[in-house]
Design a protein around this ligand. Structure first.
Ligand code: PHB
Length: 379
């Protein structure tokens, strides 16, 4: 059964704007202003979301959809201080409080599932083990471990036999998210140089087994995760995020356009809720490097379901992208930090508050739940 009839490709319908409702698989959005996933490093004891996390997301419930910060699927998945997980009972119960708070405030929320792969450090790993990755290639640069900046370690290449266990962790996390925590779905984080992206791109995947080499082999880990998570919770509750041209976390691919076109086409049979692509606007930190191809429009044309774009869009850029059919929705990151009621401000053409960058990661309510809503502006 086709799940999507209103992805704005029907020429007889008026072009959508930011306030046209949209169906993403099993999830109905009242508007197309999506909150992008953002690491805020404020999880509590046991990497559980806290009451403050629930308040933060509930304040942002007017988003068409909230995509949470990336959330660990197992105990080897972490690479930053105080990022939440969804693999223990305590974490799952804490996410239930977040989901209930957002639903009580009228919102919709999916959690982004990740494993960071090589973007980690022994300090974040059980028993101080070396982080795992497709291949034993360290990322250039340093990471913040909580004890200052340290170089990225050379990761341990996963044994072929370990991969099904990781796939199961994603499926178990999806089950916990939807059935136990009551979240509306999950986004599989296959972007920005974390584990799944490390399998997808040839700068980080030099494997010679069935998970490396050909495009088909490099997609295998992602596709196995999608099969398992779709079996667990239904594809209409699963989105995927890709960053085909991103260089963040020392990433790259020798031929991103054909590669990610093949990845996108391989997603079609799943009937996913959506595909979420990061490709920064000119000048944005997630823009393709100078001279590198832009691929988002080709992926949009190849993908048969709803398409969300991300990467430094202003209200005007986003409205133009929707009007031109370049996307069905646009996700906004930093603007949602300081503007909890961002859709209302867009509708009212109200000025946007500027976020305080010094409070992006870690800390408490300051820079997290203390940005006021514009209560005086009528919807
Ligand atoms: C970050 O914490 O800097 C971060 C996390 C997840 C991303 C990108 C950046 O996808």
């Amino acid at each position: 059964m086709p799940q999507i009839s209103d992805t704005s490709r029907n020429d007889t319908q008026a072009a959508p704007d930011l306030f046209t409702p949209l169906r993403l698989g099993a999830i109905e959005l009242p508007n197309r202003v999506v909150m992008a996933p953002m690491t805020r490093s404020r999880a509590g004891e046991g990497n559980c979301p806290t009451a403050l996390t629930a308040e933060y997301y509930a304040q942002r419930a007017s988003a068409g959809l909230i995509i949470t910060e990336a959330t660990q699927v197992c105990d080897t998945a972490q690479g930053y201080p105080s990022t939440p997980g969804i693999h223990t009972d305590a974490q799952t119960l804490a996410w239930r409080v977040v989901a209930d708070a957002v639903h009580d405030a009228g919102g919709r929320i999916v959690t982004q599932l990740w494993h960071v792969g090589r973007i980690s450090h022994q300090r974040f790993q059980p028993n101080g083990a070396v982080p795992v990755a497709p291949s034993a290639i360290a990322a250039k640069g340093q990471l913040y471990t909580g004890a200052g900046m340290e170089p990225f370690p050379v990761p341990r290449a996963l044994e072929t036999a370990e991969i099904p266990g990781l796939v199961r962790h994603f499926a178990d996390a999806a089950k916990r998210a939807v059935y136990d925590a009551g979240l509306d779905g999950v986004e599989i984080h296959a972007a920005n140089g974390y584990l799944i992206d490390q399998f997808l791109r040839d700068r980080t995947n030099t494997r010679t087994d069935q998970y490396g080499g050909t495009v088909e082999n490099r997609c295998r880990f992602l596709l196995e995760i999608l099969e398992a998570t779709a079996h667990a919770v239904g594809a209409g509750r699963i989105g995927v995020r890709l960053s085909p041209t991103g260089v963040f976390n020392d990433m790259g691919d020798s031929d991103p356009l054909p590669h990610f076109l093949a990845v996108t086409k391989a997603l079609n049979p799943f009937n996913l809720a959506y595909l979420h692509v990061i490709e920064g606007q000119p000048g944005h930190h997630m823009a393709p490097p100078d001279g590198a191809p832009h691929v988002a429009s080709a992926l949009r044309a190849a993908f048969k379901g709803p398409f969300i774009l991300n990467g430094g869009y202003s209200r005007g850029d986003a409205a133009a992208a929707l009007a031109k059919g370049e996307a069905d929705a646009v996700s906004f990151g930093e603007p949602f930090i300081a503007n909890p009621d961002l859709p209302l401000r867009f509708r009212a053409d109200a000025p946007l508050a500027e976020p305080d960058r010094t409070t992006y990661y870690g800390g408490d309510a300051k820079g997290y739940t203390d940005y006021p809503a514009l209560e005086s502006v009528a919807a």
